[in-house]
Design a protein around this ligand. Structure first.
Ligand code: 9Z3
Length: 317
């Protein structure tokens, strides 16, 4: 039987199974937000990494995308540096703040076993390790970082909504930073085979439905007072700015950051209702390994402060 296409966010949630560990993850986000909401701390929800599109309900195969979560993980570190509490909603096993610097063999290569069996850190690597470790420990001791993971696009959207429901109580101190690379297409549960698809059935044809756009309800209903930044990714430069502007007009949120796949680590365009500003690393910054996320976060944190001040003066008058 063919399912009705999920044209709205609520149709999608009705037709998609609640993810495993959903209640525990929502509860962890609730506790995190309760801990921070009474303080002056600003809170940012960062989404990061790519969503999968399962082809079978007992999933052996899935469609994936290129994102490994550099944008999200690097941005999280800079938001933490700027004093934010961070909910880091990321693809399972994608890059995470701080640990991303020690992926694969780099950590083991930096360690040495001495003659008396003590372990020491390579002198050349120690300063870098120390500065990251200090920040990591500080964010831990201040409980300012919460990692929540997802795999499939349905799981991501359930957790995004849950996070927003929790953050909706907090008002303008909240920023939403949608850096995850989210699939536009999916297979509804009712159209998905339960078991592994067999090659004996011949060449495979798959039919994908459109994932309904969630930015509309997110802006209007879930977190109406928050400062919301979405990202627009294109490969065709001639489409980028017009599509980013269209997103801003359609959803009426605060910022769209436009980026091109190949140049995303060097330049982006930050688009608001009033202006478009190119943010690009200088030659000097590239040489010094400055990450573009440092510049992006600096801009957004200042805009978020104005957003909060604006909201407060609206309440005063
Ligand atoms: C982005 O555009 C991010 O900047 C990247 C970061 C995914 C390019 P990496 O993880 O890459 O550092 O390798 N994210 C948003 C992508 C997206 O799905 N945007 C939708 C669209 O373009 C709108 S929400 O239509």
């Amino acid at each position: 039987m063919k399912s009705k296409m999920a044209t709205t966010a609520s149709d999608f949630f009705e037709q998609t199974k609640v993810p495993d560990n959903y209640d525990a993850k929502k509860q962890a986000m609730l506790q995190f937000v309760e801990f921070h909401r009474r303080k002056t701390t600003k809170i940012v929800l960062i989404t990061s990494g790519g969503t999968t599109v399962p082809l079978e309900s007992r999933t052996v195969r899935f469609i994936d995308n290129f994102s490994i979560g550099t944008r999200g993980a690097s941005s999280a570190e800079h938001f933490l540096d700027s004093g934010y509490a961070v909910i880091f909603l990321h693809r399972h096993r994608s890059l995470e703040p701080y640990t991303r610097h020690f992926s694969q063999q780099t950590m083991l290569d930096a360690l040495h076993v001495g003659e008396d069996d003590t372990i020491s850190v390579d002198e050349a690597k120690a300063p870098n390790l120390r500065s990251i470790l200090v920040k990591y420990k500080q964010s831990k001791s201040e409980r300012r970082l919460l990692n929540v993971d997802f795999n499939a696009v349905g799981e991501y959207l359930y957790l995004l909504k849950a996070a927003c429901q929790v953050l909706g109580q907090v008002g303008s101190k909240v920023m939403i930073y949608l850096a995850a690379a989210v699939s536009d297409f999916y297979i509804p549960s009712s159209e998905m085979p339960e078991h592994k698809i067999q090659s004996s059935g011949g060449p495979l044809q798959i039919h994908l439905q459109l994932v309904p756009k969630m930015l509309g309800p997110l802006v209007k209903e879930w977190v109406p007072q928050a400062f919301i930044t979405s990202f627009k990714l294109e490969t065709d430069v001639s489409l980028l700015e017009s599509k980013a502007r269209k997103a801003l007009q359609t959803y009426d949120h605060q910022v769209v950051i436009a980026n091109i796949l190949e140049t995303r680590k060097l330049e982006v365009v930050l688009i608001t209702r009033d202006c478009a500003e190119k943010i690009a690393l200088s030659e000097e910054q590239i040489k010094n390994n400055v990450a573009i996320e440092e510049l992006i976060v600096e801009h957004l944190a200042a805009m978020h402060d104005s957003h909060i001040t604006g909201e407060l003066s609206n309440i005063d008058t």
